[in-house]
Write a new protein. Structure first.
Length: 141
């Protein structure tokens, strides 16, 4: 599976419950969160939430007082086996595409899900669909 999804990034204060109001808005809008990552530095946090929804929520979040950046991400399903991330990065590198953000997980032992942002989204989606549909894998190097 290779699919485009939306990611929302927001800065939040480093206080207990700060994320609750942010998450609450997605719940109120009926939008399911499919990925989340956060970092904390210098008394502030950045939270990235990815959703599989055609309903943009940026204006709603801004109206609630959040400064939000919306980006498109590639949702990618990969077999959970050694070398798959290296193959993915090699494929993109061979086409001059830089990975700017990546996060994901696997636990089942069979399939992993990655969320990836790159410098050439259209080309990356095309390459990844061909690759996942049985196209040639890039050589290691």
């Amino acid at each position: 599976m290779v699919k485009l999804v939306r990611q929302y990034s927001v800065f939040l204060p480093d206080t207990p419950g700060a994320i609750t109001g942010f998450l609450e808005r997605f719940f109120k809008e009926g939008i399911n969160i499919i990925g989340i990552a956060s970092e904390l530095a210098d008394g502030a946090g950045i939270v990235r939430i990815t959703v599989d929804s055609d309903n943009p929520i940026s204006q709603v979040l801004t109206g609630d007082g959040f400064t939000t950046i919306e980006t498109r991400m590639i949702l990618l399903e990969l077999p959970d086996k050694p070398g798959m991330l290296m193959r993915l990065s090699s494929l993109l590198r061979a086409s001059g595409i830089n990975i700017t953000t990546i996060y994901g997980t696997t636990y089942t032992g069979s399939v992993g899900h990655l969320l990836v942002n790159v410098t050439d989204m259209a080309r990356a989606v095309e390459l990844l669909k061909d690759w996942r549909d049985g196209g040639e894998e890039p050589a290691a190097g």
